[in-house]
Each structure stands twice: as C-alpha cells, then as structure tokens.
Design a protein around this ligand. Structure first.
Ligand code: NAI
Ligand code: MG
Length: 498
C-alpha cells in the first residue's frame, strides 16, 4: 500500500487521520472481524489519507445484535425522551466544538472546499441534532372519538420502529449521517449506520463524539465498508426493522428488493434531475447567480442540483451567457486551498462518469457554452460546464449526471401547464426552482410541479425544519422536519371497552 501523504495545509484533522481507525460496535471501537481494511484517498491528488476497517456481513451481524439488545428492553428502552434529547443536544455541542476538524475531514475526504464544509455541512449537521433533540419529548399520539355503539377509550401511541439500518452517500458525509441518526435516535430507535466507502472519515470521528456524548452501548453503531457487502448485509438483515437509504435510484431499487425478505420498512432519498425555471420577468441578476449556484454548489454532487435550466426565450441568451460567465470564473482547486471555490469530484469513478456524460452530450449535438474539460492532470477536477442546444431526449437531459454540468433549454410558452409539463418530463421528482417576480405565477407553478421541494427565487435552501424528499423515482418518505419522524415510528391504536 502507498504511504499516507497528508496535505500540509491540514491544521486540525492530522492527528485523527494518523490514528488507527476503528468502527463503533456495541459501544466499543473495533477492527473488522476479517481484519481487512481499505484505502481512503484524497480526491484532489489520488493519494492515500487513511486505511479504515472493511466491515462486512460479520460486522453487520454483530452491530445488529448489539442494536437489538439495546432496543429490546435494553439500555435504550429505559432512557427517557428528555434524556434522549439531552444526549442529542450534547452530540450537537461536541460536533460544534470540533467543527474545524470535521470540516477539514470533509474537505480532504470528499474534495469540497473547507470553507463550504465549515459554513454549510457542519452548521446544518449541528442544527439537525439540535432540532431533533427538541422533538424527542414531543412525539405523541392522539385520543380518538369512535362512532361505534358502546363506550370506548381509544388512543394512539407513536412508538419507535426498532432497529434501523442506515446507508448514506458521500456527497455530504457528515450531514447525511446527521439527517439519518438524529431523527432515529429522537424517536427511540437504535441504529446501525454505514458510511459511504468514498468518505468514511467524518463518520468515524462522529463515532468518537457519540461515545463522548454518552449514548449507551449498542444504540449507535457506525460501520465502514462497501455497499455490495456491508450495505447489502444491512438491507437484507432479518433482524433490522427498517432501512433508510440515500444514494442512487439504481441501488434504491436493490434496497427495496433486499428489504422484501422480512418486509422491513424502507425510506429512500434518491436521485434527481431538478429543473430551474427562469421566467422573463425574473430579477435576472439573481436568477442567473441562483441558477449557477443551483448546479455548481457542491460540484453538482447534490441530489437536488438544478441540472436542467429552462429559460424563457426572451431572456435565454442572457441567462446562458450569464451562467457560462460565472462557470468560467469559478476557481477550481484543492478543497484545502483557501482560494478554491470548487474542488475535485469525489472519486475516479465519478470523474469517469461525469466526463463521459459531457462527451455524450457533445456527440449528441449539445454546444459547450462553458467548461467541458478536466482541470490539470492530477486528481478528479472537472470544469464547471454549461451545455446548450440540448433537447428533451438527450441522455444528458434525462439522466442524473451528479457533476457540475447543466443542460440549458429555451421555452417560448407562457402557458403554465406547458412549462410544468416540461419541468415534469423526468422519472425524478426531487426539487425545482422557479424564478419570477410574479408571486401568483410562482405559487401556481409550485402546485403544478411534481416534486418534493419547490424553491421560489432560491435553490438549495435547507433547514432542519423543512421536509425533504422525492416524488416519483426520487424516493419514499421525507428527511427532516416533523415529517421524518414518520420514517422511524409505528403507530399503535389502543382501544378499551369502558
Ligand atoms: P450508490 O447508491 O452506489 O451508493 C450510496 C450508498 O449505498 C453507499 O453507502 C454505498 O456503499 C451503498 N450501496 C451501494 N450498493 C449497495 C447495495 N447493493 N446494497 C446496499 N447498499 C449499497 O451511489 P454511488 O455509486 O456512490 O454513486 C453513483 C450515482 O448515484 C451518482 O453518480 C449519483 O447519480 C447517485 N447518487 C445520488 C446521491 C443522492 O444524494 N441522492 C448520493 C450519491 C450518489
Ligand atoms: Mg454505486
């Protein structure tokens, strides 16, 4: 194996990276049962930054058994809602106290600029733990009025679903862990969480903070390993009551199949091909900057990236020129360089995928208005890219690219149903943004667009209170807000004859 080569710009995360890494199972830090490890690399250079345990089915079995014990009348079942809230709040404080270190881990592991991790990923993760800490004491049922003859007392209990398996992606590693862990723990579930193999570092550091916060053994188990082995062992496990997944639509379908064995509950947050729609009356400066950030934020590695740009023909040329101009000026470089605005893609696999989409777009007749190539010859850097002359049938318009590549198309219509039809011409339904000064039109379009989120004169606005998830093949269930608690609870109706 190559020697570990750490970026000299690391100021906080070097000591953690240099450690011998362990997974958290049953309140203990352990190596994989097989003793195997795998390499974690810096996508800016392709060099090794750490080796982490390669957890597989044997480790998942141990973690699920521990989670089962903690849940079934074990330590967690005896913890009061207010104590669950206190533990989540403590974890939020610990994440906040280690913000710089965690932001550096995100940057060197995922490639994203340190400053972005520091002001976006980390504060949102902290807020998610705090928001859900508040919910722990507010999960209630209701009293119901029956119409049957006779007298009854009926009420519902909202109870934790049980042992939850959680499988997360690499685009916002720590934030995705927070989105998953916080509501499950608030609801009283126990958890086996698997980090993405591309970005395991912040989850392993979070595991230490979970221990420091004082969660009882087995309540939170954090594993590193591959999807086909550890991930599949979680989704197929007969003793897991529910699986929550974020990632590709393709793997989402495999999760559903694997879950069929014991009919575990499933929630899925999957891919997208979200439209940004610019109407002729929009504040164009804001719309252009917004459409650019809709696709280029996090290098386009967002399930809700505004990857289809529709601009009215009256403003189309100006919009495309404006977005292309922004794309050309984005400073691409290593995430730890303070001047960097966009880092590398996460992996060689994503680099190959995104560049092959760009090549496919060119071959099928798209014109490259900005970017279109790689940056340098080291690491996985792709230029922010604007494709125009794209048509509804093109692969680049239909499929999720998951990179900094936007497909622009003009529209001539003023009919809102026609605009919505174009926006809805996709198997996905995660998000959309509409840019207009006309509030009535904005809200009419919001109703016509079939997606879990509609942003009006903004894009990529997230808050722990806002439910987020997909219509159509973008998923099942919602993350965040009160809504996510439904993913992690069962409702029991209790009736007594009086
Ligand atoms: P992926 O869906 O394969 O991986 C996401 C997670 O699922 C990882 O933790 C992985 O280990 C796990 N996984 C993979 N195969 C599994 C299996 N058979 N059973 C259980 N778990 C499994 O996504 P990948 O390969 O990293 O990226 C491919 C494409 O997926 C991207 O180009 C993008 O289009 C999409 N994607 C969407 C994300 C989103 O936020 N909706 C996040 C990441 C990827
Ligand atoms: Mg995959």
């Amino acid at each position: 194996m190559d020697a570990i080569a750490l970026d000299p710009r690391l100021r906080h995360a070097g000591a953690f990276l240099a450690k011998s890494h362990r997974m958290l199972i049953d309140g203990k830090f352990v190596a994989a049962a097989s003793g195997k490890t795998f390499a974690v690399t810096n996508p800016a250079t392709g060099t090794l930054i750490a080796s982490v345990p390669e957890g597989d089915k044997a480790d998942v079995d141990l973690a699920v058994a521990a989670a089962r014990r903690a849940f079934d009348g074990g330590s967690w079942a005896k913890v009061s809602p207010s104590e669950r809230g206190r533990l989540l709040w403590k974890l939020a404080d610990l994440v906040e106290q280690n913000l710089e270190e965690l932001a550096e881990l995100e940057s060197i592991d995922n490639g994203k600029p340190y400053a972005v991790a520091r002001v976006a990923d980390l504060p949102l993760a902290v807020d998610m733990f705090r928001y859900m800490a508040g919910w722990a004491t507010k999960i209630t049922g209701s009293t119901l009025a029956l119409s049957l003859p006779g007298e009854y007392l009926s009420y519902t209990l909202r109870e934790p679903v049980g042992v939850v398996g959680q499988i997360i992606p690499w685009n916002f590693p720590l934030l995705m862990a927070a989105w998953k862990l916080a509501p499950a723990l608030a609801a009283g579930c126990t958890v086996v969480l698997k980090a993405a193999e591309q970005t395991p570092m912040s989850a392993l550091r979070l595991a230490e903070l979970v221990q420091e916060a004082g969660f009882p053994p087995g309540v939170v188990n954090i594993l590193t390993g591959f999807g086909e082995t550890a991930g599949a062992a979680i989704s197929g496990h007969p003793d897991v009551d529910k699986v929550a997944f974020t990632g590709s639509t393709e793997v989402g379908k495999l999760i559903v199949q694997a879950a069929a064995g014991n009919l575990k509950k499933v929630s899925l947050e999957l891919g997208g091909k979200s439209p940004a729609i610019i109407l002729p009356d929009a504040d164009l400066d804001a719309a252009i900057a917004g459409a650019a950030s809709a696709i280029f934020f996090n290098h386009g590695q967002c399930c809700c990236a505004g990857s289809r740009l529709y601009a009215h023909k009256a403003v189309y040329d100006k919009v495309v020129a404006g977005v292309a101009d922004i794309a050309a000026k984005i400073k691409v470089g290593p995430g730890l360089d303070p001047a960097t605005e966009m880092g590398p893609l996460v992996s060689d696999e994503q680099f190959a995928r995104v560049t092959s989409f760009i090549a496919d777009g060119r071959e099928s007749g798209a014109r490259v208005a900005a970017g279109g190539g790689r940056v340098g010859n080291l690491g996985y850097f792709v230029q922010p890219t604007v494709l125009e002359n794209t048509t509804p049938d093109m692969k680049v318009v239909r499929e999720e690219i998951f990179g900094p590549v936007v497909c622009a198309q003009p529209f001539g219509d003023d009919d809102l149903d026609a605009i919505a039809r174009q926006a809805n011409d996709t198997i996905y339904g995660l998000a959309a943004s509409v840019w207009t000064r006309n509030g009535g039109i904005a809200h009419k379009l919001a109703r016509r667009i079939r997606s879990g989120t509609v942003w009006l004169n903004c894009h990529n606005v997230f808050d722990a209170s806002l439910p987020f998830g997909g219509y159509k093949q973008s998923g099942w269930g919602r993350e965040m807000g009160e809504e996510v608690l439904h993913n992690y609870t069962e409702v029991k109706a209790v009736t007594q004859a009086l």
